[in-house]
Ligand binder design. Structure first.
Ligand SMILES: [Mg+2]
Length: 344
């Protein structure tokens, strides 16, 4: 039985800002883009979360929910520096560290440099060392596999530690709602709920063909998770790749609806590519080549990585509004997803 730790910094960007600026402490803080320029919340302090402010939410909405919200422009250079400091602490325990983003990582601590047999004690020590060196708190989940460890780390935040020992896995699964799974976004959750599937264990008894109709290529993966199985290994320093689909048209496309339909199709192809590899992407890029061969790209980076076909498709179509497609004939279209992280 492996011992996997998922370690997640608490409200990372917001905590860094509060640590470095005493005036922000105890205040509702959201790090992200300005509300008037369609900015999005990248991280919200716990004081802001009380008002319902969440990451990935439009900043304009966050300000409406929390009128006293202090909006702070992100300083990614500083977050990246801190992140590599934190990853170094983790790597002193085991080389099997797989970062998911700047502020979270999986560790396989089955064997570790401290000779510590208990995953819970390893996690406690990691949390303590991070706090002593950076003054920041993290939450950790300890479990026999990645998917359970990730859910466990979110159970008690901030500064939490949740351990799912092998003998508690089944009782833990019994309680789990489907939306607790990373990779099951709001759209997929709605589809599952619509079919009467509320808990993860409900998936065990659904006919697999029926399940494919509901969630497409996620079906087999969800079925496996419903039994608590996740064979994914912790892969250190996953190389970043991308997936792209493009097509040149025999006849230039002029109709905007046809162009949107093509982008939708390609976005879905990319989502399937991600699902097959259990990956999620942070950046969606579209490429448009006009009839005169001039070529442009438009990109959007999400605050949360996704493998959700609906989310990727809707961003691809949004980006189209920043092109002249529909006014100028188009001879080539493409959709690319990159900024890949491990996911469900
Ligand atoms: Mg975090």
């Amino acid at each position: 039985m492996r011992r996997i730790v998922h370690l997640d910094m608490d409200a990372f960007y917001a905590s860094v800002e509060q640590r470095d600026n005493a005036a922000l402490r105890g205040k509702p803080v959201a790090v992200g883009g300005r509300p008037e320029s369609r900015g999005v919340v990248a991280a919200a302090s716990y004081e802001a979360r009380v008002f319902g402010v969440r990451s990935a939410m439009p900043m304009a909405r966050a300000v409406r929910l929390c009128p006293g919200l202090v909006v702070v422009h992100p300083n990614f250079e500083r977050y990246r520096r801190l992140s590599s400091e934190i990853m170094q602490i983790l790597r002193a325990c085991t080389p099997l560290v797989e970062p998911l983003s700047l502020d979270e990582a999986y560790l396989d601590v089955t064997e570790n440099a401290w000779g510590e047999p208990y995953g819970s004690k390893v996690a406690k020590r990691l949390k303590r060392e991070i706090f002593e060196q950076t003054g920041l708190t993290a939450s950790a989940g300890v479990a026999p596999n990645k998917f359970l460890a990730k859910i466990a780390s979110s159970y008690r935040k901030p500064d939490g530690l949740t351990v799912i020992s092998p003998d508690r896995v089944e009782s833990f699964l019994q309680e789990l709602p489907v939306e607790a799974l990373w990779g099951v976004g709001p759209v997929t959750a709605r589809k599952l709920h619509g079919a009467g599937i509320l808990k993860l264990i409900d998936i065990r008894s659904v006919d697999i063909e029926r399940l494919r109709e509901i969630v497409g290529s996620l079906a087999d993966w969800l079925r496996q998770l419903s039994h608590g199985d996740d064979p994914r290994a912790v892969v250190p320093d996953r190389e970043s790749k991308s997936s792209s689909t493009e097509n040149t048209y025999a006849e230039d496309l002029v109709d905007l609806e046809a162009i949107r339909a093509e982008l939708e199709r390609m976005a879905r192809e990319n989502a399937e590519w991600l699902a097959r590899r259990h990956l999620a992407a942070r950046t969606v890029t579209i490429k448009v080549r006009y009839a005169d061969f001039s070529t442009i790209t438009r990109s959007h980076t999400l605050s949360l990585a996704t493998a959700d076909a609906d989310v990727i498709a809707s961003w691809a179509k949004d980006l189209l509004q920043r092109t002249e497609a529909g006014q100028r004939p188009v001879r080539l279209l493409g959709v690319r997803v990159q900024g890949l992280v491990a996911g469900v």
